[in-house]
Design a protein around this ligand. Structure first.
Ligand code: SAH
Ligand code: SF4
Length: 357
């Protein structure tokens, strides 16, 4: 038995062939599910009755269940999914002017153990399967039925490190971007990594966009806040970034979390343009989102603006990431698994710290 949402068209064709079925059934099924949005076998009327009757014996259309939906006043929507074994992951829909971006999770917990990250506080508990990743997209799209908006972009910036779960992540990208699937352009898909260098080639091979969580301008600091840096330090990471640009002719987004008195100094800001020289890129500044037990603080607004100014004066393209979905705990690094307790203690109502730029 296989799950339909775990299969690309070629994989489904092979599977049907193994079962002695006609391969063109694969096209029909993909059309029903991804184009028509139909997952009830009964309703797939152009399939022969016999095939419809047999189908449940070798294919399920089961999707991860939405156990909670939270809508923010700013249009952000957070979905909580049951992924089995008493575990949950979160998916966030983030609206902006002309986009609706879905932020997908790839794992429960994360072994990268970044010190500022809520997900990183718990070790890896589960790598999601292809159907659980595709399923987040399918289910989120379903919640939009009847609304005047649709998903335009995907970012792998939810829970987990996507390059620690490459097979499922890239298989799901294959399915979602395929013209027989949702037909979403690969240029609208971004994989964000903490810097697992040996797997980064997968990003350019898949022809999707790359985001790198840089978060520090010096190895000494990055070693502390992102232990992955001890394995693949900045020089190696940035060489690989150059390789990405050479291979794809695309630019990179560097994410830079501003941690008060740790990564937000003028010295850090002045170092970044030198460090990133020769790499076509933009830098997204993310003021740290505090969570219970976090040892770091969020810098004040002035400090963030000053940091950005230094980058801009050096000719860098840079944005300050707005904090969306505050009222539903949907911000970066705050996503959580229901069964490890919720970040109720977070102080979400600190307007002086809120950046709406
Ligand atoms: N594992 C991948 C993708 C998920 S994390 C990665 O690290 O890139 C997505 C982004 O959220 C990363 O850039 C990370 O640095 C940032 N992040 C994590 N915790 C955060 C927090 N508490 N406040 C602000 N940003 C955070
Ligand atoms: Fe994992 Fe990304 Fe969090 Fe680091 S920031 S612990 S890589 S999810």
């Amino acid at each position: 038995m296989k799950n339909f949402f775990s299969l690309t068209m070629p994989q489904l064709k092979d599977y049907l062939a193994e079962l002695g079925k006609e391969k063109f059934r694969a096209q029909q099924l993909f059309r029903w599910v991804y184009v028509q949005g139909e997952t009830e076998i009964e309703n797939m009327t152009n399939l022969s009755k016999k095939f419809r009757e047999e189908l449940p014996n070798y294919l399920t259309f089961e999707l991860p269940k939405v156990v909670e939906q939270l809508d923010s006043v700013d249009g952000t929507r957070k979905l909580l999914f049951d992924v089995g074994d008493n575990m949950t992951v979160e998916t966030v829909l983030i609206p902006s002017e002309d986009r609706l971006t879905i932020c997908l999770s790839s794992e429960v917990g994360c072994n990268m153990a970044c010190r500022f990250c809520y997900t990183g506080k718990q070790k890896l508990k589960k790598r999601l399967s292809t159907e659980q990743i595709v399923g987040q997209y399918v289910q989120a799209a379903k919640t939009l039925e009847g609304e005047d908006r649709r998903i335009t972009n995907i970012v792998f910036m939810g829970m987990g490190e996507p390059l620690d779960n490459c097979d499922a992540v890239f298989n799901s990208i294959e399915i979602i971007t395929a013209d027989y699937g949702f037909n979403l352009s690969r240029k609208r898909v971004t994989v964000s990594t903490s810097g697992i260098v040996p797997e980064m080639h997968r990003v350019w091979e898949a022809k999707v966009r790359l985001a790198v969580s840089l978060n520090a301008a010096y190895d000494e600091i990055r070693n502390v806040v992102m232990p992955v840096n001890r394995r693949w330090p900045l020089e190696v990471l940035l060489e690989t970034c150059k390789e990405f640009c050479a291979q794809t002719k695309d630019s990179i987004t560097f994410e830079y979390v501003l941690l008060k008195d740790v990564t937000d100094s003028l010295e850090d800001a002045r170092k970044l343009p030198k460090l990133l020289k020769g790499i076509p890129c933009k830098v997204n500044l993310i003021p740290f989102n505090e969570h219970p037990g976090s040892e770091y603080k969020r810098p004040n607004r002035q400090r963030v603006l000053t940091f950005q100014k230094v980058l801009m004066e050096a000719g860098m393209q840079t944005l300050i990431r707005r904090t969306m979905g505050r009222d539903i705990y949907a911000a970066c690094g705050q996503l959580t698994s229901k069964f490890e307790g919720r970040p109720e203690m977070m102080d979400m109502k600190k307007p002086s710290n809120d950046l709406h730029i």
